[in-house]
Design a protein around this ligand. Structure first.
Ligand SMILES: NC(=O)C1=CN([C@@H]2O[C@H](COP(=O)(O)OP(=O)(O)OC[C@H]3O[C@@H](n4cnc5c(N)ncnc54)[C@H](O)[C@@H]3O)[C@@H](O)[C@H]2O)C=CC1
Ligand SMILES: N[C@@H](CC=O)C(=O)O
Ligand code: NA
Length: 437
């Protein structure tokens, strides 16, 4: 059989990893796919830059549209990233009748509904395993392995850079700037690293996971997003004293009246499996009504770990090259005409427990005022801890752990507590989850 001809858009971290795997494991991949997979053309912005893969036999160009319009390329692998020109390129590839593989979660989270509709119309497929949790085959597992289940919730560490920064800053006591620069050097970070630090990249991935879990359209704008910047070393240490570890999680839950979709730092019991996922590793826990909780663990970023998922997608496409769209695994696990309109809940309606830290003047009556406010709003306290002021400071840090309560009630409590004359500045609030059901 003739080799399948592939056009690559982007020869950076993931693009060069893809070329390297296809070359090194060529025999193994051919035995699995049934045909050899050959990269024949690639687009890169800088043609003469040294790169970490061989390019003999690959036509290089700085114009990605040349690759997409090249009649020889049958599958386009989009590894440029970002919204434009990636969206235009992917739509043009589809219009040209080519299948598409992409690692671009930003593109799928924001434009996936449109891209999938166009691909269905044109009879081609678009696959995106590398877009979520890098090398972990989480999309395959959920979309195919868990189809007998009603998914109840999922929670995951889905940004390698943020988890790497957390681990190095808080457990190796390194500086934020230094660790972020290292994550960039290692190829983990997004082109704009604020996407990693502010939780936007995790929200892109959560958008995709939630749609696959619940069969809802992609709705990035409904995700509640918080980054990692407001978590301090002191909060990490105090959480540890209380038996918790702080992780930046993407969480979606099938609630009574809809779905909650959120990305935020979270206290987890120290012994929880997700609490022990460190560095660039990712892990996603998915709970189904039949199977119970399941866990998927592996590298969430990096050249070959991510390219591993890209190549797996390529093999899938080759195996199913001529399938009609209605015979393929649906993009979002559910048939497109059966997607649900159930709402994504406003964050005020979501219930969690809380870690609250306030800075108070060391005078009688402050604790009584705070507990009164919490009590009046029906928020029950699980633990209170008062710490020594920092050297040279007068404010006393006071930490509360609460039981579960709807967020709008906690917002009301926080507003009142921050208004107390003896409470200085803003309160720190970190949600607490146990995931033990
Ligand atoms: N780096 C990682 O660990 C992971 C990355 N991803 C995603 O994979 C995609 C690629 O990421 P990286 O390889 O890290 O990026 P990168 O910055 O290392 O590489 C991007 C490549 O695209 C080329 N490029 C960009 N704009 C272009 C244009 N207009 N015309 C021609 N070439 C252009 C650049 O020259 C470079 O070769 C992104 O969507 C990213 O979010 C997904 C999972 C993990
Ligand atoms: N920047 C992302 C790359 C993989 O998706 C991350 O750090 O997880
Ligand atoms: Na993946």
């Amino acid at each position: 059989m003739k080799p399948v001809k592939v056009g690559l858009l982007g020869l950076g971290t993931v693009g060069s990893g893809t070329v390297n795997i296809l070359e090194r494991n060529s025999d193994e991949i051919t035995r699995r796919a049934g045909r050899e997979i050959q990269v024949v053309a690639a687009a890169t912005r800088h043609l003469d830059r040294p790169r970490s893969c061989r390019t003999e036999g690959i036509r290089l160009t700085a114009d990605p549209f040349q690759v997409v319009d090249d009649p020889e390329t049958e599958i386009i692998v989009e590894l440029i990233g970002g919204y434009e020109p990636a969206l235009e390129l992917v739509l043009r590839a589809i219009d040209n009748g080519k299948h598409v593989v992409t690692a671009n979660k930003a593109l799928i989270a924001l434009h996936g509904n449109e891209i999938f509709a166009r691909a269905r119309e044109k009879g081609v497929t678009v696959v995106f395993e590398a877009a979520v949790a890098g090398g972990i085959p989480i999309i395959k597992a959920m979309r195919e392995g868990l189809t007998g289940n009603r998914i109840q919730w999922l929670a995951g560490i889905i940004n390698g850079t943020a988890n790497y920064i957390f681990t190095e800053m808080f457990y190796a006591e390194r500086e934020f700037g230094e660790v972020l620069a290292e994550a960039q050097r290692l190829g983990y970070a997004e082109a704009d690293p604020t996407f990693d630090v502010e939780g936007i990249d995790a929200a892109h991935k959560l958008t995709i996971l939630a749609s696959i879990a619940f069969g809802i359209p992609l709705q990035f704008d409904k995700v509640h997003v918080e980054g990692i910047a407001h978590v301090t070393a002191e909060d990490v240490a105090w959480a540890e004293e209380l038996g918790y570890r702080i992780k930046h999680l993407g969480i979606c839950v099938h609630e009574e009246n809809g779905y909650s979709l959120r990305v935020h730092p979270t206290l987890l019991p120290q012994r929880h499996m997700l609490a022990n996922v460190d560095g660039v590793m990712n892990a996603v826990m998915v709970s189904g009504d039949a199977v119970g909780p399941t866990l998927y663990y592996g590298p969430g970023a990096g050249s070959e770990p991510t390219a591993s998922a890209v190549v797996a997608d390529l093999v899938d496409v080759v195996r199913e090259f001529n399938l009609e769209p209605e015979n393929r695994v649906p993009y979002l696990a559910f048939q497109s005409h059966f997607l649900s309109n159930d709402p994504v809940l406003d964050m005020g309606e979501v219930e969690t427990a809380y870690y609250i830290r306030l800075m108070a003047q060391d005078e009688p009556g402050v604790l009584a005022d705070v507990t009164r406010i919490l009590g009046e709003l029906g928020i029950s306290i699980e633990a209170i801890m008062q710490k020594e002021p920092a050297p040279g400071a007068e404010d006393v840090p006071v930490i509360f752990l609460t039981h579960r309560v709807k967020e709008h009630r906690m917002n009301a409590a926080i507003e009142q507590i921050e208004g107390l004359p003896a409470v200085n500045g803003r309160l720190t609030r970190i949600r607490v989850e146990r995931f033990d059901s």
